[in-house]
Ligand binder design. Structure first.
Ligand code: ADP
Length: 665
């Protein structure tokens, strides 16, 4: 077994690999860029080597630096994690030349699967069912249209080198096909430096179900069940689970066997994933094989009891698998939610900044948190905006969901925007709960975006009684610590008014053993907790049932966060509540005259011209952020008065790009 390995990655996956290596008694070396000096993976590893400036192209992607770091530290093997150099044949070759082991499959397998066209051809030869389409590289927009008409719309244009949902466009007609071809090849060029694109049939109502395979260097290959990853936003996975609520035993076995056949065709030796797209009739088609560890591997680990990183390391060290296909038993249910630094209420804009407060839920037998950040650390613009992966387990799918809901309640993140509300909304969405999901579900269910009204709180009395508890405890404490003149003690009344969603809710709050009894609309709510002022989490019971609510005190009000919904609540004495009702409302400034940048990014194209009359829906500008092209379109008909930014400018959120003529909007 290796004595020392280097992890050529950052963030949660570097931390995750380090943990397993440590468990196996292997020394670890981290590499880091200047932006990651204080990163968690650097802290966790036994040694760390600086490999360059923040942009990954100058650090995490520079193969020579990583090889040099191995030589300098004496690392015998490299785990690449996912992304970065994990699927680069040249990197494996460079390592091999230096006698360093790559903890992953052999170069040939990576090469064969790295290209979507080659891998599709290989899969066809191995008897694996593939998506109908054409495996020719597209020359130009007309060529794309000709092929698309031949296959029949709708079609999908895909970058051959694609990954992470980038460089992919759906087209329903010729016009979309030409546009999609341009965008897919542009995105592919900027993300992968390879603009080849091909066309295949777009499978409607598709589910994304993938098979985990594991092979060793002795010719053994097994499959470890499936993961369903259908909940995606713009082809990026959001929620994954294992097993899939859709597969029956027969389909599971058929998919597993085809995945193994494909792996065998390329003499696969490591953990890998064969992705399939499955239609409503359970017909499945090969999409691609990822020759690396997947982001969502923890759900498989939960239901198989295996540590996939450990298996990868053992296989790379030449050990044979210690079990056979018959030994693989799937038990229980696991769900993973990806916690991203993005604002779901503003069209999922990426968010960057310092994690002023970061308290992940407690890990347990049923809760796992894979993360690469810490409180006080920074989510930078240079890398993937994932904050953490939250994984829960249960004997049944319902139990796993219930644990996920509770864990999301406890996940406290401040300083950057995050998508916890969105994840919480998905957990209780009827389509998710009943397993009727597809890769289109999010787009179908939230067609114009995600709004606070998509996460209504189904139990306002819970929020009202907790707010009453918080305030009463606060007032009782204030009464105790303020200077007390005999005969002038501060008295805390029992009657209060809770102001929530512009409505007054009168309550009575009576002290009781371990908390307060809150009487609201004739019902008694027994709220019990040892919560003290300043605790970010209110943990306690409501009528005997455990609850956990996030609490922030902001000026005059409390901000409560529970089941993904946020409520700003004030608790006032009856007299103050009466006066409060007379306060004038503050008006917000009118910004409709400006086109504001919805995200931090690079202005790559400014289509609009001064004096131009634009129509609603017309393209105004293109911003590149997180390597994605985002087209900004006019919301209304209007006339452009002034340009306030130029192509090449780096834009901040809400920075004005152009001004419309007043009265024209
Ligand atoms: P990437 O390598 O970028 O992850 P994939 O080929 O794995 O790209 O596809 C990502 C997602 O795009 C899939 O999970 C699926 O939702 C969707 N997709 C890909 N190909 C098709 C297709 N032919 N029809 C319908 N959806 C597709």
């Amino acid at each position: 077994m290796f004595k020392k390995i280097l992890i050529a990655n950052r963030g949660e996956i570097a931390c995750r690999v380090i943990k397993t290596a440590r468990k196996m008694g292997i020394q670890t070396v981290a590499v880091y860029s200047e932006a990651d000096r204080d990163a968690l993976h650097v802290e966790l590893a036994d040694e760390a080597v600086l490999i360059g400036p923040p942009p990954s192209a100058q650090s995490y992607l520079v193969m020579e630096r990583i090889v040099q770091a191995c030589k300098d530290t004496g690392a015998e093997a490299v785990h690449p994690g996912y992304g970065f150099l994990s699927e680069r044949p040249a990197f494996c070759e460079m390592l091999e030349k230096e006698g360093i082991v790559f903890i992953g499959p052999k170069v040939k397998a990576i090469e064969a699967m790295g290209d979507k066209i080659t891998s599709k051809k290989l899969a066809m030869e191995a008897g694996v069912s593939t998506v109908p389409g054409c495996t020719d590289v597209i020359q130009d927009a007309e060529h794309a249209q000709a092929i698309a008409r031949d296959i029949g719309y709708p079609v999908m244009l895909k970058a051959t080198a694609g990954g992470g949902g980038k460089g992919m466009r759906i087209a329903w007609n010729d016009a979309e096909c030409a546009d999609g071809f341009e965008r897919a090849s542009n995105e592919a060029r900027s993300s992968f430096g390879d603009d080849r694109v091909f066309v295949e049939k777009y499978i409607e109502e598709p589910r994304h179900i993938e098979i985990q395979v594991l092979g060793d260097s002795h010719g053994h290959i097994v499959y470890l069940g499936e993961r369903e990853c259908s909940l995606q936003r713009r082809h990026q996975k959001v929620i994954e689970e294992a097993p899939s609520p859709f597969l029956d035993e027969k389909t599971r076995r058929a998919m597993g066997e085809q995945a193994v056949a494909l792996a065998r065709a390329v003499d696969y030796q490591s953990a890998g994933t064969v992705e399939f797209i499955v239609d409503a009739k359970r017909n499945f088609y090969f999409l691609e094989m990822n020759t690396r560890l997947q982001v969502e591997h923890p759900v498989t680990e939960f239901i198989t009891g295996l540590d996939l990183v450990e298996q990868m390391i053992r296989v790379a060290a030449g050990e044979p698998l210690s079990f056979t296909q018959d030994d693989v038993k799937l038990k229980g249910w696991a769900i993973e939610a990806r916690v991203y630094a993005e604002d779901p209420f503003r069209n999922f804009l990426p968010s960057i900044g310092r994690l002023v407060k970061y308290m992940p839920p407690q890990e347990s037998e049923v809760v796992r948190v894979d993360t690469g950040v810490y409180e006080g650390g920074e989510v930078s613009m240079y890398y993937d905006p994932m904050i953490a992966k939250l994984i829960t387990y249960g004997a049944t799918r319902d139990r796993a969901i219930a644990h996920m809901r509770d864990a999301l309640n406890e996940f406290f993140i401040r300083g950057v925007q995050h998508n916890i509300s969105f994840l919480a909304a998905l957990m209780v969405h009827t389509r998710f709960m009943t397993g009727r999901i597809s890769t289109n579900m999010i787009a179908e269910e939230y067609p114009t975006g995600f709004y606070a009204s998509d996460v209504p709180h189904d139990d306002p009395a819970l929020l009202i009684s907790v707010a009453a508890f918080l305030h009463r405890r606060y007032m009782d404490r204030a009464a105790q610590i303020s200077g007390q003149l005999l005969g002038h003690e501060r008295k805390v009344g029992n009657d209060w008014v809770v102001l929530m969603c512009d409505r007054h809710h009168p309550v009575r709050v009576d002290p009781a053993e371990g908390g307060y009894d809150v009487i609201y609309m004739g019902e008694v709510y027994q709220v019990r907790s040892d919560w003290q002022f300043g605790f970010p989490l209110f943990k306690g019971t409501l009528n005997g049932t455990a609850i956990c609510i996030q609490v922030e005190r902001r000026d005059m009000h409390y901000r409560l966060f529970h089941w993904g919904s946020q409520a700003d609540v004030m608790v006032l004495s009856p007299r103050v509540a009466e006066l409060q009702a007379l306060m004038p409302e503050k008006e917000l400034p009118d910004l409709s005259q400006y086109l504001l940048s919805p995200m931090p990014g690079l202005l790559t194209k400014l289509t609009a011209q001064v004096g131009q009359e634009v129509k609603a829906g017309e393209e105004l500008a293109v911003i590149e952020a997180m390597k994605m092209e985002n087209v900004l379109r006019a919301e209304h008909d209007a006339k452009v008065a002034k340009l306030l930014a130029a192509p090449g400018d780096s834009l901040a959120v809400d920075q004005p790009i152009l001004e419309f003529e007043s009265g024209s909007v």
